[in-house]
Write a protein that binds this ligand. Structure first.
Ligand code: MRU
Length: 372
């Protein structure tokens, strides 16, 4: 998508030195547009853990590139040091960065499998590079297709609204910043906007890290999509007053039965949507399905982050990024990063192969190769 009129992806190889990965460092958005250069697996692990990059698809693509830089490291070590041992350590290091997005382990496993086909270090590096590029390319294409399938849903609603904007509510950032391009939840929005349909987006700010007000609002603005930032707690009120036609959110992991893990606060929005008869869709590429997990509530690991994110807030003041404390210093704070929305609250799943219901039968009918 576009930044200042120029096309960007979230992650790419440095054009004049393919041993370096470049990525948009999201910690500084929307105030500054910073590009970080990553040369080591240690740096990539830090970028994922500290959320320079974030969002399920981008975490997967970053892990793919992280394994590629690990392969470069392994190839530059003395032969006796063991290529495969280095890759096993790199895989463990990257996997330990964040627990909830299934794309992380999926990308790492895919890299390990592909590298195993190489007999010599040079070949292994070439395979790692090819796979990293493929993971990123597929992510982009899946999101583009999600946009095409989701567009039909927006068009259906637009027909009833006769010229008035379709109001979509979203939570967190499942936009192009959370993937390589297009986004999952935002892909139908961009597709609708680009095709001339009037759309307006309610952007839930998404405390504590404000991915909504910082990232989703910024990227929609860069693309010229009309939007309004709201407090997380305003969503129910808007739905009660008929101001929301459709909710579309992303997911970090969805079970093959249709339970959806997404940024904390998603579940409350799904409850409000159900109570007010507002369709609640989840947009996801197939890489965000966990094909082994049945019960989302019991099985999906929920990341818990530091108390500081809850007790403090940061923003832009007087030309610099500042952090302030909001809560009493001595108060305890619990910071659950994600929640699970049970399948019965989900109207449908928008995937790269089409829209299906949030249940085992419907999901496997779209992805039969994963059926038991
Ligand atoms: O903690 P984050 O920012 O990595 O959280 C992930 C998310 O961005 C959201 O949960 C998003 O809605 C789904 S990821 C496409």
């Amino acid at each position: 998508m576009k930044v200042g009129g120029r096309h960007f992806r979230t992650i790419w190889l440095k054009p004049d030195n393919e041993c370096v990965v470049q990525l948009i460092d999201q910690r500084f958005l929307p105030h500054r547009f910073v590009i970080e250069e990553v040369r080591t697996v240690e740096q990539m692990a830090t970028a994922i853990r500290e959320m320079h990059v974030r969002g399920a698809g981008l975490i997967g693509a970053s892990a793919g590139y992280g394994m590629y830089v690990a392969a470069l490291e392994a190839a530059s070590r003395p032969a006796a040091a063991g290529f495969d041992e280095h890759m096993t350590c790199a895989a463990a290091q990257l996997k330990a960065t964040r627990p909830t997005a299934v794309n992380l382990s999926w990308a790492i496993e895919r890299q390990l499998k592909s590298i195993a086909d190489g007999k010599i270090a040079e070949k292994k590096v070439a395979l790692a590079l090819r796979t990293a590029r493929l993971i990123a390319k597929e992510d982009e294409e899946h999101c583009r297709m999600i946009g095409q399938h989701g567009l039909k849903l927006v068009e259906q609603i637009a027909r009833k609204k006769i010229g008035k904007p379709v109001n979509v509510l979203t939570h967190c950032n499942a936009g192009w910043l959370a993937f390589v391009d297009y986004g999952s939840a935002t892909a139908p929005i961009y597709a609708a906007h680009d095709s001339g349909l009037p759309v307006h987006v309610w952007v839930a700010e998404t405390r504590p890290r404000n991915q909504g007000s910082k990232l989703t609002a910024w990227e929609l603005g860069q693309h010229g999509v009309p939007h309004t930032v709201i407090a997380d707690s305003a969503a129910g009120h808007l739905m009660q007053h008929g101001e929301v036609d459709l909710v579309i959110v992303g997911t970090d992991r969805t079970t093959y039965t249709g339970d959806v893990a997404n940024k904390i606060g998603t579940y409350l929005k799904a409850l409000a949507a159900k109570a007010n008869d507002v369709p609640f869709y989840v947009a996801l590429p197939s890489t965000s399905f966990d094909w082994k997990m049945r019960d989302g509530l019991k099985e999906i690991p929920i990341e818990e982050r530091g108390a500081k994110e809850i007790k403090h807030a940061d923003g832009w003041f007087d030309g610099r990024q500042v952090e302030v404390r909001i809560a009493p210093e001595e108060s305890l704070a619990a910071n659950y990063g994600f929640d699970v929305t049970p399948r019965h609250l989900v109207t449908g799943l928008i995937t790269e192969r089409g829209v299906c219901e949030a249940n085992e039968k419907s999901i496997f009918s779209v992805f039969p190769e994963h059926a038991p």
